[in-house]
Design a protein around this ligand. Structure first.
Ligand SMILES: CC(C)(COP(=O)(O)OP(=O)(O)OC[C@H]1O[C@@H](n2cnc3c(N)ncnc32)[C@H](O)[C@@H]1OP(=O)(O)O)[C@@H](O)C(=O)NCCC(=O)NCCS
Length: 143
């Protein structure tokens, strides 16, 4: 099940902390992001009420930027990230979004395969974008 994370329901989302610990966000930081930027959207994916997946994207005028997607290790390869990406693409269609962009490490083959499966194409290499590794800018045209 996919649920939106908002300031109002953040305390009610069970086990949110388990995933945010790995994804980097402590609750304070998360609250700040949600308060300061209404264009940031965060959704969780739950199995039996346990939060096991997370997606974060931002709307910037007529495009989306995928900021983060994460699935707990023991729940990987079960189609959860695919559900979250499909969901984001549906939202983009409703919002008349022209394109979705993202950055991914050049050595993250799993994520690269996932994004390609959903129609993202490599647009540019960002040298040393991650310090120790190049980044790839990918884009999905929506129109
Ligand atoms: C990338 C990530 C989100 C994928 O989550 P997931 O729920 O396991 O992905 P799915 O089960 O929906 O798989 C979707 C596609 O990803 C690719 N994929 C998934 N696991 C893979 C593996 N072990 N090897 C190669 N490709 C793989 C496949 O293309 C797969 O599609 P298919 O099942 O039709 O072949 C997950 O591995 C993760 O959280 N990684 C750490 C965080 C991360 O790297 N995020 C991306 C940052 S840019």
């Amino acid at each position: 099940m996919i649920n939106q994370v908002t300031i109002d329901n953040i305390d009610g989302v069970k086990e949110l902390q388990s995933i945010f610990n790995v994804v980097f966000k402590q609750k304070d930081e998360l609250m700040r992001t949600l308060t300061a930027n209404p264009y940031v959207k965060m959704y969780t994916y739950s199995v039996n009420e346990k939060v096991v997946g997370f997606i974060e994207y931002s709307r910037i005028y007529d495009r989306y930027e995928l900021d983060n997607i994460y699935v707990l290790e023991e729940y990987r390869n079960k189609g959860i990230a695919s559900c979250l990406i499909s969901f984001m693409i549906e939202m983009a269609q409703k919002d008349n979004i022209k394109n979705i962009t993202l950055e991914v490490r050049i050595d993250n083959n799993i994520a690269l395969t996932l994004y390609e499966k959903y129609g993202f194409v490599k647009k540019a290499i960002r040298h040393n974008y991650y310090g120790d590794c190049d980044g790839i800018l990918m884009e999905k045209e929506m129109m």
